[in-house]
Structures are given as C-alpha cells and as structure tokens.
Design a protein around this ligand. Structure first.
Ligand code: ZN
Length: 492
C-alpha cells in the first residue's frame, strides 16, 4: 500500500477509535489535577465569595472567557465576546406606606410589608379571591383591581415553605389576570410577624432591570378587621394603597457564553445548553464566625468546573449537536442570570433541545450523582449509562420537599418548555453533613474529595457526550408539568 493510503487508514481508524472509546478519552482528558486547579482559582479567598456585581465575579468571568478562548469556542450570535451583559437592580425596601380597605386603614410594618414591587400609589376596587388560584382570580374579575387572597394554597396547611413557594407563582397569576396588585393575608403561626417585618424591611433584593412591571405584592398580617370580613363575604370594597421609599440601584453583571458548532448537518441546528452558575453569596459576618468569606467551592465552583470539563472534551471530540456552554450570574439572587437568558436567548429556545445544568448544595454520598429531574425526561437512560461507566450510580432527588428542581437555573429553562434538569453531587439527605458546608464559610476547596469529584465530572461529561450525539433529543415524559409548555415551544 502506498504511504498516503496507510496514513488514510490510520487516520480513519483513529476517528473510529475516538468515536468508540469516549470513556477512555474522557478518562485521559478529565483529570483530578485540572479540576483541582480550576476549583482552587474560583473558590480562593481572594475571589471573596463571587458575589453578583462584585469585581471578583468579573475576574471569574474573565477566567472562564480565557478558557473558552483556549478551547476555540465561538461567540454566540449577537454577542461580540463571550459576555452577555445582564443588568440587575438592587431594590432597597420601602420606608413607608398605607393600605385602606373599606373603613379600615393598615399601616406599613405594623400591618403589612411589601414582598415585591416598587413605589406605588393607587386607589380603586379591592376584591377577594380565596387562595388566588387562576380559577378564583378569573371568577373575582380582578382586572385593574387590588386582589386580596389567603397566603399559600388550600393544601399548604400553615407550612411556611409552601406559602413562600406559592407566593411567586400566585403573584404572576394575579399579574397575568391584570390585577393592580396582590395582597396575601399571612397567617402562619410559625413565622412571627415581627421577624417577617425585620427581614423584609431591611432586605435588599436583586432583580433583572426592567422586569416586574408596576404591580405590587404585599403581605398583610391576619386580623379580624371588619373590612376583611366584609370583603370575604361581599364582592368588593373601595380602597387605596401607597408605598414609598423604594430605591433601585443598578448592578452590572454578565453571563459567560461559548458556542460549539455541531458536526452533523441536521443535528447542528439543535442546541444543548451546558450551564452552571458561577456566582455565590460573597462575604458576610455571621455571629462569632471568624471566617467571613463564603468561598462557594461546592456551590457552585464544582458545577462551573463540570461545565468547563465538558467544553474541554467536546471541543476536542466534537458532537453532532451544537452546544452552548454557559456560566450564569445571579443564581443566588433568585436564578436571575438564567431568568435573563431565558427572556433574551442568543439561540432561539425552540432550537434549544435540552439544558443540562450542573449545580449542587454539596454532597454526603460519594457512591452516587444526584440528578434533579432525572425521572422526568427521556434522557434518563443516557444519564444512568454515563454514571455507571465511571462507577457511580445516577440517583433521583431524595428530598423533593426541598424544591431543588425549582431552586437552580434549570428551572428557568423548564418553565419555557425546554427539558431541563440539574446534575448535582450525591446527596442522601439534606442533613447536618450537608449544612456544614451549604452556604457556609467552610465551603472551601481543601475540604473536597477529588477522588469522588473526578468520577462525578467524567460522568457529567459522558452524559453530555451521549445527549449531544443521541439521534433523538430528550423530551419531557408524558404527563409532566412542563409538557404543555414544550408543545407550545416546539410545536409538537
Ligand atoms: Zn448553586
């Protein structure tokens, strides 16, 4: 045989080898040492806990961009760098306010606090809508009115967590129904009113600049005020609401996005989003703790390194589908970077077939990877296969009551219909082992188990390899909560 033909055969067999042996290639490329190097940088004390809006988070963004460049990732359409600028505002709470319903006047702090929204001055009809479900809102004809509803849902039975989680959705429903504002009657004996006031009257919250509209969301202390009784019995009462002193301060931040084009002429039109939030909670003094830097090694430098490892592998062994690698900002402030992205995607969401997010609270079981939402999409088999290949088990969420699915960036993709789940280090329970590090200054690199992490990373990379090459994109399983939204998004 001529030399060129021998070379051709050698070349072809190398390609075949590469395609057949991702497990060997992953083992070779994804190492403990490299993971430790990235983590040591991202979670160093000098990074001061990577708070959103801090200069240190921008340093982390530059670090990620530099690595994207080394891997040869492209800028996403519409961006002239790896940065997607995201403007947030810090909302400083109201200082005064007054609510009038019928003949009763309620005072700011003494009787009500503002949960969401800006300064507000309004008068008109106040109506009552039970628990404020979409059906009850429709029945109460709330357009242009202030809606009073009981906090939580019918089945929350005084569970403060359930009340808190129901609040955001209920406010969105009220806004969608055209209400001027939502007043929830708060009657949770476990949460004393002064504690709530203390928290909300001093808490600076962050939101995406321009988001939220003009409606307000208020929590009203339960009372036997005659007006509330009357409101529950009759249709409506005249009222007014004034809220003053809310201040917004702009905070500039960015998502870091790198793009890799797929090799298959058809499948490259479909995008896999490999994401991880790179922010954490910064620095704060708590009690008599001597360390005030919340390094966020587990939360979420671990996830960022999973995203980087995947980018490293796939940029060398390019997949059929296209991939967006995404480091998201503002997760700890309320999933804000992903919220912004889901409303301003660089690739239309209907071409985004899956989001495999990497995030976690920590770990207390090194025999598994915990996959939040694992059982909800048809990616399940690939996920199980990827973990098994590296000697760990793919396990489902053991603590659904913690709402972990709703507490990471995958959620903002899911609500738009995109099948979206989170790969997290192994948890068997949300217990003291976990809380020792979860959002604590102790969450440092020197407490990490790299023998476990390297398996975890290799499994994540392999899962992404399988997902990016599987001829069939994963979908929500039949009957899933987000199936209808997916049908709307993809048209099938
Ligand atoms: Zn996190």
């Amino acid at each position: 045989m001529k030399k060129s033909i021998i070379l051709l055969f050698l070349f072809l067999s190398l390609i075949a080898f590469a395609q057949k042996n991702p497990i060997e290639q992953i083992t070779k490329l994804i190492t403990k040492e490299e993971a430790e190097a990235h983590l040591t940088f991202l979670a160093a004390d000098e990074m001061r806990g990577r708070d959103t809006g801090s200069p240190e988070l921008d340093i982390a963004a530059n670090y990620l961009a530099a690595h994207f460049a080394l891997m040869g990732l492209k800028n996403a359409p519409g961006l002239d760098s790896y940065f997607q600028p995201v403007n947030f505002v810090n909302v400083h709470p109201a200082t005064a306010g007054k609510l009038v319903i019928g003949d009763d006047a309620f005072q700011f702090k003494d009787h009500f606090i503002q949960f969401e929204g800006g300064n507000f001055e309004w008068s008109g009809d106040v109506v009552y809508a039970g628990y404020g479900s979409p059906e009850e809102l429709a029945r109460a004809n709330v357009k242009g009115k202030l809606v009073v509803a009981l906090a939580g849902k019918k089945d929350s039975e005084g569970n403060p967590m359930a009340v808190f989680y129901a609040a955001g959705e209920k406010f969105n429903d009220a806004k969608a129904a055209g209400a001027a504002g939502l007043i929830e009657i708060f009657a949770i004996p476990q949460v004393p009113w002064p504690a709530l006031v203390n928290y909300f009257a001093s808490n600076v919250s962050m939101k995406v600049k321009g988001n939220g509209g003009t409606a307000v969301h208020v929590w009203l202390k339960d009372s036997d005020a005659a007006s509330l009784k009357k409101l529950k019995e009759s249709a409506s009462l005249p009222g007014s609401l004034k809220i003053e002193g809310v201040r917004e301060v702009v905070v500039r931040s960015k998502n870091v996005i790198g793009m890799l084009e797929g090799t298959d002429p058809k499948l490259k039109e479909e995008y896999l989003v490999v994401s991880a939030h790179y922010d954490h909670v910064g620095v704060s003094k708590r009690g008599n703790q001597t360390d005030s830097i919340f390094n966020g090694a587990r939360d979420n430098a671990i996830g960022v390194v999973g995203m980087l490892a995947t980018a490293k592998y796939l940029s060398q062994y390019r997949p059929k589908r296209s991939v967006l690698f995404m480091a998201l900002t503002g997760e700890e402030k309320g999933l804000l970077g992903s919220k912004y992205y889901s409303e301003n995607p660089v690739i239309p969401l209907n071409k985004t077939v899956f989001n495999f997010n990497c995030d976690g609270a920590g770990y207390n079981d090194v025999t598994i990877a915990t996959i939040i939402g694992m059982e909800r999409t048809t990616a399940e088999a690939d996920l199980a296969k990827a973990c098994a290949a590296f000697g760990i088990k793919a396990a489902v969420d053991p603590v659904p009551e913690q709402n972990l699915f709703e507490r990471s960036d995958n959620y903002n993709f899911a609500v738009k219909g995109v099948p979206a789940i989170t790969f997290a280090p192994g948890i068997k329970a949300f217990d003291a082992d976990l809380n020792k590090y979860y959002h604590q200054p102790a969450d440092e690199v020197n407490s990490l188990d790299f023998d476990y992490l390297v398996k975890y990373y290799r499994a994540y990379v392999y899962a992404n390899v399988l997902l990016a090459n599987n001829p069939k994109a994963p979908v929500w399983k039949a009957g899933d909560k987000f199936e209808a939204e997916a049908k709307k998004l993809y048209g099938h």
